[in-house]
Design a protein around this ligand. Structure first.
Ligand code: DUC
Ligand code: ZN
Ligand code: ZN
Length: 473
């Protein structure tokens, strides 16, 4: 049945204007003034409301085993939380398995987990070992619709590829039109500092940040930019957390290097001070929280266009996984941050955020005057669609695009926190923050899946998105 959304204010990455929008099936059919309602059409009056494309979160970790536990949102609960926050597409990371066909079997494992998907999704592939056999598997990966590889310059002996491996992988990625995403820290420095800190009796959460120095992230970002320049392969720096990384990106981009970047809301709002609180473990993720000066420089990086996207790195854990919470009427407890009560190295790394991203950025980014509404749409949806090969199917308010839409009530006041979050964890980083403006109705391919506090989404309704090569922004 067609749906006509009348008199809304449409906000895209480049324009804000009033229009009617007609949905037919899964697609946006028409946008225009005073559109007539076809027979049998549902009409939604959006006078005084804003309409944006559904958010795209390019960086999530659902159901990810680590630290002897597992990230506490799976591909259903995390998707549901995303939808309540106005996000309709998420990208997760599949593991490269050991042995031959490591990409294929990693993909199979992740596709199986994602059978319960409630919103649309795609995968990036972690590249944690690289040789000629692995290089030979790359065309099949592209064929499967995975056009992005993620490399790590930290986590020695586990996820890290050495610089030579990254350099060679970049050449092969370039040959196949792939984008390489990079987690940038200095693994060797970190592996030196951690045992020293523990030997000196430093076990509290702030030492997580003190053993992962900001300069390591800065030089590693420049290192990747240098390799992008040398190989001409595009690189995307994930979770930028230090002001100096924004400086490096700006420097490289001004010289025509094909390097792009993403930051995440916690790096805009929080600092090492939060790790010093008695509940500091709530803010433990890698890379860590930095300083208020870094927060400021990252905001500036977004506003000036050096940084192209805001993802979440959503990878939640319970703060106290011994105490169950109720989720969809059932009690659930998953071991979490309490595992590292006496040793910061045992605190599971990762933060909740997939639902929080758009509402928090609307009030504390757009309403606070740090970003325009159009920049907000570009940074949280359209740019990710372009970079990751989904545009204009996703991230666009255009006829022919998927009808993934958010109708916002710009005046709705919400005191945000764990009580109104669907993220499956027992805490929220933005507890008690006052919001003005909130997603009211959310559509996935023409079907309303969220209406206020009502959930109409279903496990299995999310589609796997085969991606093509993206754009360099
Ligand atoms: N960092 C985290 O804190 N958690 C999951 C993955 C990552 O890079
Ligand atoms: Zn990372
Ligand atoms: Zn991550």
């Amino acid at each position: 049945m067609p749906i006509l959304i009348k008199n809304g204010t449409l906000i895209t990455a480049s324009e804000t204007y009033q229009a009617d929008l007609l949905i037919q099936g899964e697609k946006i059919h028409l946008i225009g003034d005073s559109l007539p309602a076809p027979a049998g059409c549902t009409v939604i009056d959006a006078t005084g409301k804003f309409l944006t494309p559904g958010g795209i979160d390019p960086h999530c970790h659902f159901d990810l085993p680590m630290f002897g536990t597992v990230s506490s949102d799976d591909h259903y609960t995390g998707h549901k939380a995303a939808a309540f926050g106005g996000t309709t597409t998420v990208m997760d990371f599949a593991p490269q398995h050991t042995g031959p066909d490591g990409f294929k079997s990693g993909m199979e494992e992740w596709l199986k987990k994602a059978q319960k998907a409630a919103i649309d999704y795609s995968f990036h592939m972690n590249l944690t070992r690289f040789d000629d056999t692995v290089a030979a598997e790359i065309p099949a990966l592209v064929e499967m619709g995975v056009t992005t590889l993620k490399v790590f310059t930290a986590y020695n002996g586990r996820l890290r590829l050495d610089d030579g491996g990254i350099f060679r992988a970049l050449r092969v990625a370039k040959e196949h039109g792939m984008l390489v995403m990079a987690h940038c820290e200095n693994g060797d420095v970190i592996e030196t500092l951690i045992p020293e800190a523990l030997a000196a009796g430093h076990t509290t959460p702030e030492w997580h940040a003190r053993t992962r120095p900001a300069w390591g992230a800065v030089e590693s970002t420049l290192r990747l930019a240098a390799m992008a320049q040398e190989t001409k392969a595009p690189v995307y720096i994930v979770h930028m957390n230090v002001g100096g990384e924004a400086d490096m990106l700006k420097y490289a981009r001004e010289r025509g290097v094909p390097v792009m970047g993403e930051t995440c809301p916690p790096y805009l709002f929080f600092s090492i001070e939060h790790l010093m609180r008695p509940d500091g473990a709530k803010w433990i993720c890698s890379p860590p929280m930095r300083s208020p000066a870094d927060n400021l420089r990252l905001w500036q990086g977004l506003a000036e266009g050096s940084i192209q996207t805001i993802g979440t790195d959503h990878c939640p854990f319970f703060f106290d996984g011994t105490q169950p919470i109720r989720y969809e009427g059932r009690e659930i407890a998953i071991p979490g941050k309490e595992l590292g009560r006496d040793d910061f190295t045992k605190i599971p790394n990762g933060l909740p955020g997939v639902q929080d991203r758009l509402p928090i950025l609307w009030t504390y980014g757009v309403r606070a005057g740090k970003l325009s509404a159009n920049q907000f749409v570009a940074l949280t949806s359209t740019n990710a669609a372009k970079i990751f090969g989904l545009y204009p199917r996703k991230g666009a308010l255009l006829p022919g695009a998927d009808a993934d839409l958010v109708i916002w009530d710009p005046e709705k006041k919400v005191t945000y926190g764990v009580a109104n979050s669907h993220q499956r964890t027992d805490y929220n980083l933005y507890e008690g923050w006052e919001l003005v403006g909130y997603p009211e109705k959310v559509f996935l391919r023409g079907t309303m899946i969220v209406d206020g506090e009502k959930w109409f989404g279903k496990a299995g309704d999310g589609q796997f998105l085969k991606r093509k090569a993206g754009e360099i922004l």
